[in-house]
Structure formats: C-alpha cells, structure tokens
Design a protein around this ligand. Structure first.
Ligand SMILES: Cc1cc2nc3c(=O)[nH]c(=O)nc-3n(C[C@H](O)[C@H](O)[C@H](O)COP(=O)(O)OP(=O)(O)OC[C@H]3O[C@@H](n4cnc5c(N)ncnc54)[C@H](O)[C@@H]3O)c2cc1C
Length: 390
C-alpha cells in the first residue's frame, strides 16, 4: 500500500499546546474526590465538583485530552444519527426525552461555560443533519424525524443541504453547535489550575479499595478520597460489569483542504459505511473534517485500508486539494445506546462514567452535572435513566 497522505495526528492536537503536568507524588491529605481520566467527562466532572467547594484532583494515565476527546470530530448535538425511534421503543418516552434534553442542555452549558471563562474555542452554531442517499432509507429518516419532533427536539425533514452531492432526504436539527474540544478544555484546565486543583499525568489508576474513605491504587502510589469517579472511557475498575453490555468501536477521521466551498453545517449518513462531515476554521480559511469507517475493535485490523477508503471517498465527494491530517480513536458502545453514569452497585461513593456511544461531548457535560448532583445529594432530572442498575 502506498504511503498515506497527511500528518498522523488530529486537527485538535496539532493546533494546541501539549500539557506537561507532573505524575502523582506524595499526596498525604485525603481528597474529597479523585477524578480518574482527563477527557471531557473527567475534566468537566472535576470542574463542577470544585465549583461546589470540594477538594478535587485529576489522575490521568497519559496526557489529558489526548485520547478520544483529542481525536473526535467535535460536533455538539443531540442529533445522534437514527436513535430516537429506537430509544422510545426500547426505553420508553421519558428516557428518550431525557436523552434528548440532556444533550440539548449540554450544548448551551458548553457555550455558557466558554463565555463565563472567556475561552475562545471556535464555538459555532450549525445545523446537524442525518442524511440518506438511498431511497430505501427514506422511511427510517421520516420516522426518526417524527420520533424526534414528538420529544420536543428541533427536528424537521429536508431534501436540500449544502453538501456538494444530492441526498434523498435528511433530518435537520436546528441550532446545534461545533467547537474545538482541546481549546475549550485547556481553558477549563487553566481555570482549575488557578483554583489549585492538582492534575497528575502519567499516573495510571489500577485498583480501588472501597470504604468510606476509598483508596485509589495507581502505578505511582496510593491516594485517599471520600469519592472516586472513574471517567476513563473504558472502566478501569470492575470491568466485568460492562463486558456483556458494551463493545468498543474504532472510528477514523481526516482533515482535508478543498478547492471549492466548505459545508457550513454538520452531517452524518444514515447508511453504512457511515460518513460524518463538517468543516472547522483553519488558518485563514476552513478545513473539512471527513470521518467514518467505524468498526468493532479487534486484535488485527488494517488501519491503513480504512484510511484509504476514507481518502478515496472524500475524493469522490469533494474537490480535494490536500489531505492534511488523519486520526483514529475508540469509544465505548453500550448495546442499548444509553450511557452508564452513576454509582457502582453496592458502592455509594464510587462512580463510573462510560458508554457514550461515540457521542460523548454533550454526554461529558451532562454526566459531570449528574455526578456533581449525586455527590451534593441534589435532585437531577436525568440521572435515574442512566444508572448502572437500569
Ligand atoms: C473519530 C471520532 C469522532 C467522534 N465524533 C464525535 C462528535 O462529533 N460528537 C460527539 O459528541 N462525540 C464524538 N465522538 C465521541 C467522543 O469524542 C467521545 O465519546 C468522548 O470524547 C469520550 O470522552 P471521555 O472523557 O469519556 O474519554 P477520553 O477522552 O478517552 O478520556 C478518558 C481518559 O482516561 C484516561 N485513562 C484511561 N484509563 C485510565 C486509568 N486506568 N488511569 C488514569 N487515566 C486513565 C485516558 O488516557 C483518557 O485520557 C467521536 C469519537 C471518535 C473516535
């Protein structure tokens, strides 16, 4: 296979500085909360917990915001492909409504937090479309539009888009958003550092000894905390609970300069192979993000072949000038399409956040608030739907 074009890194990682926090050293005092995992879920959980006055630390195995959150396509939307008709059928209307509302709310909460902290994170409003080029998918698109509308979501059926190819039909979600996840989260991290929240990188959580003061065992020593939140995407503790309920999906993306116009809205295809499309500000202009080729993570898969499929397809669909970036990451897929957010069974002070189903940017925000409310013993209208015992 010929050498693949483009830098082997994401747009987000290449356009922001790297972090360099120290590893865990002697932490003698007991924390209120140890948050394990420095992606969007962990960082926002730490943010909301320190906002209510708790003593928090973030423990990250590698470097923060370099795993899936650093290798995403960064659409902020309640439009998660064809999901709402399924959710209503599978989980009932209240759960489907909570799913939609939590993600709608998350868009506004990320916008408001970026304003409050004056973070320039390229936040842009855009419409989110799920489109089909196949006649036999139209019925599913129409049913999904009705399902989403019935839940109060801003959905409508359309046949026109700003893509350079025709579609048979599409669901439009109005007033959604897109942003730069690393710019946003590095801004939150800067604020956490001002508030003296310790961040330990290159420190891997290995185990937990439960108790009213729990002990987090890491490869760099132990620490004590009244609460522990595992926001590591793939749970590092009691993985057995998730084995039959989840699977791991890998997805690929390209950053591409075009000769012609860039789409201003966000797109995902209803049919396989799924294609996800949007553009983002880049230098003096824009860059196209073109992703897909998702598959179950197995021991042996041919990464280059999937990249090549994406490259061939973007060239069929757009007037390509240059492939600038290519990146890949995995996400935790719950079989029933709902994330798991809450306390472990039998433990009231040890929490897990996982199962974002490749839509974790809004979920990261929603989950952070659910965990905050659980620890603060405040009501939260969403958390009952995502508990581990559902
Ligand atoms: C190509 C692609 C495109 C996507 N596009 C979108 C999109 O447009 N919109 C959307 O909403 N979502 C999208 N997603 C999904 C979204 O990016 C993820 O759901 C989200 O970033 C997951 O965040 P997280 O904090 O759970 O995980 P991560 O960002 O992976 O963070 C988890 C962190 O935990 C650390 N960690 C793991 N184990 C340990 C341990 N034992 N000890 C300490 N630290 C540990 C990891 O190193 C990592 O930094 C996409 C995903 C991919 C792969």
């Amino acid at each position: 296979m010929p050498k693949l074009p483009g830098k082997d890194t994401s747009l987000w990682l290449d356009t922001t500085p790297k972090t360099n926090f120290t590893e865990l050293a002697d932490l003698k005092h007991t924390l209120d909360v140890a948050v394990v995992g420095g992606g969007i879920a962990g960082i926002l959980t730490a943010w909301y917990l320190q906002q209510i006055g708790l003593k928090v630390a973030i423990i990250e195995k590698a470097r923060i915001i370099e795993n899936t959150t650093g290798n995403t396509t960064a659409k902020l939307t309640s439009q998660h492909n064809l999901v709402y008709a399924y959710l209503i059928r599978q989980h009932g209307r209240p759960a489907a409504r909570a799913f939609g509302e939590a993600n709608q709310q998350a868009i506004e909460d990320i916008f408001n937090l970026s304003k409050q902290l004056a973070i320039d994170c390229d936040f842009e409003r855009a419409e989110a479309y799920v489109f089909t080029q196949r006649k036999d998918k139209l019925e599913a698109i129409k049913q999904e539009t009705e399902a989403a509308k019935s839940l109060g979501l801003p959905a409508s059926f359309e046949t026109k888009t700003d893509l350079p190819f025709s579609v048979k039909g599409a669901i439009k979600f109005a007033n959604q958003a897109q942003f730069h996840p690393r710019k946003f989260l590095l801004g939150v991290i800067a604020e956490l550092r001002k508030n003296k929240v310790p961040i330990f990188e290159q420190t891997e959580a290995l185990d937990i000894k439960p108790g009213s003061v729990a002990i987090l065992k890491t490869n760099k020593g132990e620490l004590k905390a009244k609460y522990i939140v595992g926001a590591t995407k793939y749970p590092f503790w009691r993985q057995d609970l998730f084995e039959d309920k989840t699977w791991v999906k890998l997805s690929y993306a390209l950053g591409v300069l075009l000769k012609g116009d860039y789409p201003q809205q966000m797109y995902i295809s209803a049919e396989e192979p799924v294609r996800t499309i949007r553009s983002h500000p880049y230098k003096a202009g824009r860059i196209l993000i073109f992703g897909g080729e998702s598959h179950l993570m197995t021991k042996d898969y041919n990464k280059d072949e999937h990249y090549q499929n994406l490259i061939d397809d973007v060239k069929r669909k757009f007037k390509v000038k240059q492939i600038v970036y290519r990146w890949i990451a995995g996400d935790m897929m719950p079989n029933d399409k709902m994330p798991y957010i809450g306390a472990y069974p039998g433990e009231s002070n040890i929490f897990v956040i996982t199962g974002f189903h490749a839509w974790g940017l809004g979920w990261g925000m929603a989950a952070a608030q659910m965990i905050r409310d659980e620890i603060a013993k405040q009501p939260n209208q969403y958390k009952q739907f995502f508990s581990l015992s559902r």
